[in-house]
Design a protein. Structure first.
Length: 463
């Protein structure tokens, strides 16, 4: 490559190369780019996406294909020739191939599976047989295993023979003749020992393994706690089935984070890039929760109607309704966001519910007290400058607002912190108890609390 070419961006070089329409030149260019740069070209030039994949070596094409978004993958597969699709699918790692196929309709999956080689078809059908979002769906059967009686020299011979097709050789797995997992040993331990030592001399038996039917989020937590780049997956009888690598876990955590953020925003998980999702599908994802929240807010109007007489007698009370409901909703939103995030990263579990409640009671009282004092002095200050605004009843009005703020903030923090844990206990996704949902709940109860306190303190005077 000339100095002039090196100074051009990848996009500029691609545009120049594609104009030549020389397949060999295009192929040579694409095969010498970074995988991430080729993926960016596919996103930047959607008209050429299938042509880019088709003009690369099958190994490089598979490496690019597996990091693309699912909608892009689907479009590419539809436009490629059947023999190219077959080569691409057979080249993909088993876990990435399964991840792609599980997003497709069953009729399409059946047709694509027919294109696989017999061995790859067997592996794919096995992985697809595990529950959706389970560890079994993302494990790969491509790993290196040895036996306890092997010497380190024999281990390296095994690595040289089978390591090329393995997902990773950072960790080598030790099994017995029955296929049961005995240990996993890092490659550095083999490198730092003499060739004549046996594998059994390096074993310590401290192996951490996953079960194939466990949830993928469980795997993410185990990876985090054990600082591993790969973990073995075993059956209930301890037979080694495959491994899960850290790159798959990073994809899972990214997807789970996106889903949780969308749910916390008061919408269903999109499961597709925002700009790729059809507008009608986006509408369906958003409208359900929006209607649910709207119906919840209708209860606010019902509560206002119930206290209509009180409002007529003391219109000044209506001035503080937005203040009351927003304070309760904000405190609930804060609490729910903190608890959902803490549960997601494993900082708290269901057994910590009492500790969480105790902390939120204290937090609610402290936060509510601050807002109560500010609210009371706001009324005091306005009364000092405009005495006619609240008249002689400014003090009970101030106390009503202050006490209500204390109560509604306390209730908001309790609702926001406990609701995610209750949903988790019932088997639902805690992220469903999103900030808008909690805010809607606290709005209604905050109004009831506000007018109840007003009735108690203002009865016989304003009411």
């Amino acid at each position: 490559m000339s100095l002039e070419q090196e100074t051009l961006s990848v996009k500029d070089q691609f545009e120049a190369v594609i104009k030549t329409e020389d397949k060999l030149t295009i192929r040579d260019f694409l095969n010498h780019q970074n995988i991430s740069d080729v993926a960016d070209l596919i996103y930047d030039y959607p008209d050429y996406e299938s042509r880019i994949i088709a003009n690369m070596s099958v190994h490089r094409a598979a490496s690019v294909f597996k990091i693309l978004e699912h909608p892009t993958q689907k479009r590419i597969i539809k436009s490629l020739a059947p023999n190219t699709v077959a080569a691409l699918l057979n080249e993909l790692p088993a876990d990435d191939r399964t991840d792609f196929l599980e997003e497709l309709p069953s009729s399409v999956v059946r047709e694509l599976i027919k294109l696989l080689d017999p061995e790859e078809r067997k592996i794919t059908l096995s992985l697809l047989g595990y529950p959706e979002n389970s560890i079994g769906r993302m494990m790969t059967p491509d790993y290196v295993y040895v036996y306890p009686e092997d010497t380190i020299e024999e281990v390296f011979a095994t690595i040289r023979k089978f390591g090329k097709d393995s997902e990773t050789i950072n960790v080598i797995y030790v099994i017995n003749e029955k296929g049961e997992l005995l240990d996993d040993i890092r490659i550095r331990d083999f490198i730092l020992n003499t060739p004549d030592r046996k594998v059994s001399e390096l074993m310590d038996g401290r192996v951490v393994a996953l079960l194939p039917d466990e949830d993928q989020e469980t795997a993410a937590e185990v990876f985090k706690m054990n600082n591993r780049v790969a973990l073995p997956v075993v059956s209930r009888s301890n037979k080694l089935l495959g491994i899960v690598t850290i790159d798959d876990i990073l994809w899972v955590t990214s997807e789970e984070f996106s889903e949780d953020m969308q749910k916390m925003g008061g919408t269903a998980a999109l499961n597709e890039p925002y700009l790729e999702i059809p507008i009608l599908k986006l509408f369906r994802k958003r409208v359900v929760w929006l209607v649910v929240l709207f119906l919840g807010e209708l209860l606010t109007a019902t509560a206002m109607a119930y206290f209509e007489d009180e409002i007529k007698k003391a219109v000044v009370l209506a001035l503080f309704v937005p203040l009351i409901i927003s304070s309760g909703g904000n405190s609930g939103s804060q609490a729910s966001t903190l608890i959902i995030q803490a549960m997601a990263v494993g900082e708290i579990t269901l057994k910590d519910w009492w500790r969480v409640m105790r902390r939120e009671i204290i937090s609610g009282l402290l936060l509510g007290s601050v807002l109560a004092v500010i609210g009371f002095f706001r009324i005091f200050a306005w009364h000092s400058f405009a005495p006619e605004l609240y008249g002689e009843h400014w003090l009970p009005i101030g106390l009503t607002v202050g006490i209500t703020l204390l109560g509604v903030v306390l209730w908001g923090t309790l609702a926001g912190s406990m609701l995610p844990m209750i949903l988790k206990r019932l088997g639902a996704d805690p992220a469903v108890s999103s900030a808008p949902f909690v805010a809607t709940l606290v709005d209604v109860t905050g109004l009831v609390l506000y007018f109840s306190v007003a009735f108690l303190l203002l009865s016989g005077s304003l009411l």
